[in-house]
Design a protein around this ligand. Structure first.
Ligand code: ACO
Length: 428
């Protein structure tokens, strides 16, 4: 068995090497502190493996992403979001019966407790829907039965969450517009139902377009999991304290909100709008993005793990073309995005730092074309990511190796000093 040798001040320690099913290797340093008194220092956890996981495999150098072994390209082409959610959570593609049962449950669980509607009405009209969504998912714990430790009940809880998050999101949107809430319609598939709840009106009934339904399925499939990213790590860390699943997922939603993570799709569109409105040239943008003294970043570019083209961005780019041609709309933002991408991909700064477009670079354009308002983009991401968070939580809580998350630190503050009474303190 391969081992790693650590030498400190001439003293040697041996640590085992563990290997994943795709050949990824890790030095198992669980006993490092106990044996040597040292800890590792890895802010942002770029070189730290926090768990063993059989859910998602990604190779950032080669641009590979697979859920339960199946390439993302195949899932985007052939699967649906509901089927992919089943795959992530259970580990296998569903049989026909399993898929039917899943769809029946998703339909059965789609309504919200009427009292939950009152929450929305009390939020200020400008409240960000991610804040509302995170609070609502946490509140679900008070409205829906406690988790019972039976697999069947747990599976229902997952489906309840997947179904209701979509209703909650659409409801938040309708209420923010001061419009009547559209209830889920039994018989419509998951994605059609969401679009109908968002856009149906008494005056102009919403026409479900299979191409938009496909685009939404693809959007949610591409966002369904991405191994140990910021929000998934939040889910695992919060879940490690054995808090209930609703509170855990609510933490994941909060982590996703940030512009460096799930909020990037909204930030990309805002950036493109700003470029368009201010008449900035592409060269200006690239110059500013490279300037260390300027806080302008090319949103939608760069990724902690992908050091090549994000495979999801490739699929999303194709989707943007399909959706825009379908609705026969030229989007000046798409033109800016294409030009930015072309110039950045040749620019030595971006080439040397391996900064390629990530999925968010094109997903905002697809969502805009579907009529989704910008402040709902991150909510759309959260709906998609829910099955991934559930799968990761489930894996974490059932893994006998896992412990409560509790990293160490290198303390850099004062050494011990005495309390100074107010009368002796320097006043100013
Ligand atoms: N524009 C300009 N420069 C960039 C960008 C960018 N988008 N991204 C990284 N860089 C530069 C950094 O300034 C840094 O330069 P330096 O080495 O001279 O200091 C170098 O590239 C490395 O960047 P880090 O921020 O250290 O890389 P990290 O892995 O920590 O960050 C991140 C990755 C947060 C995604 C970053 O690339 C970024 O901010 N991108 C824009 C936001 C975005 O698109 N986020 C979505 C990520 S995908 C997702 O969550 C779905």
């Amino acid at each position: 068995m391969e081992e790693a040798k650590l030498i400190i001040d001439g003293k040697e320690w041996i640590f085992p090497v563990i290997e994943g099913s795709e050949g990824e290797k890790a030095i198992d340093i669980r006993t490092l502190r106990q044996q040597t008194g040292y800890i590792t220092f890895d802010p942002g956890f770029g070189s730290t493996g926090s768990c063993r996981s059989a859910i998602t495999y990604m190779d950032g150098e080669k641009g590979i992403l697979r859920y339960r072994g199946i390439p993302i390209e195949q899932l985007a082409e052939k699967s649906t979001f509901v089927e992919t959610a089943f795959l992530l959570i259970t580990g296998e593609l569903p049989t026909r019966d399993e898929l039917t049962r899943t769809s029946v449950h998703l339909n059965d669980f789609s309504l919200l407790h009427e009292n939950m509607k009152a929450f929305y009405q009390n939020y200020p009209s400008k409240a960000h829907p991610m804040g509302i969504l995170s609070a609502m998912v946490n509140a679900m714990r008070s409205f829906y039965p406690e988790l019972i430790d039976l697999e069947e009940e747990m599976n229902k809880t997952y489906l309840r969450l997947i179904s209701k998050i979509r209703t909650m999101a659409a409801m938040a949107y309708r209420i923010s517009l001061g419009e009547r809430v559209v209830y889920p319609k039994p018989g419509l598939c998951y994605c059609s139902n969401f679009l109908n709840m968002m856009f149906d009106s008494i005056v102009v009934p919403y026409q479900i377009d299979p191409d938009l339904v496909k685009a939404l399925n693809v959007f949610w499939i591409l966002h369904a999991d991405h191994e140990q990213n910021c929000s998934t790590t939040a889910v695992r860390v919060v879940g490690s304290g054995k808090v209930n699943i609703y509170a855990t997922l609510s933490a994941g939603i909060s982590a996703l909100w940030g512009p460096l993570h799930g909020g990037a799709n909204q930030a990309v569109v805002k950036m493109l709008q700003r470029i368009h409105k201010d008449g900035m040239t592409i060269d200006d943008c690239i110059k500013r993005a490279k300037d260390k003294d300027d806080d302008f970043r090319l949103m939608g570019f760069g990724h902690r793990v992908y050091k090549t083209y994000d495979p999801r961005a490739r699929i999303m780019k194709k989707m943007a073309d399909i959706v825009l041609s379908k609705i026969q709309k030229d989007d000046p933002l798409l033109d800016i995005a294409r030009k930015l991408e072309e110039v950045a991909l040749k620019d030595p700064y971006f080439v040397e730092k391996n900064l390629y477009p990530n999925v968010d670079f094109y997903s905002g354009i697809v969502l805009r074309a579907m009529g989704i308002p910008t402040n709902m983009f991150t909510v759309m991401f959260a709906i998609g990511r829910l099955p991934g968070w559930i799968a990761q939580w489930k894996e974490d809580v059932s893994d006998p190796e896992m412990k409560i998350s509790r990293p160490r630190q290198i303390y850099t503050g004062y050494q011990v000093r005495d309390y100074v009474p107010m009368s002796e303190r320097r006043q100013g």
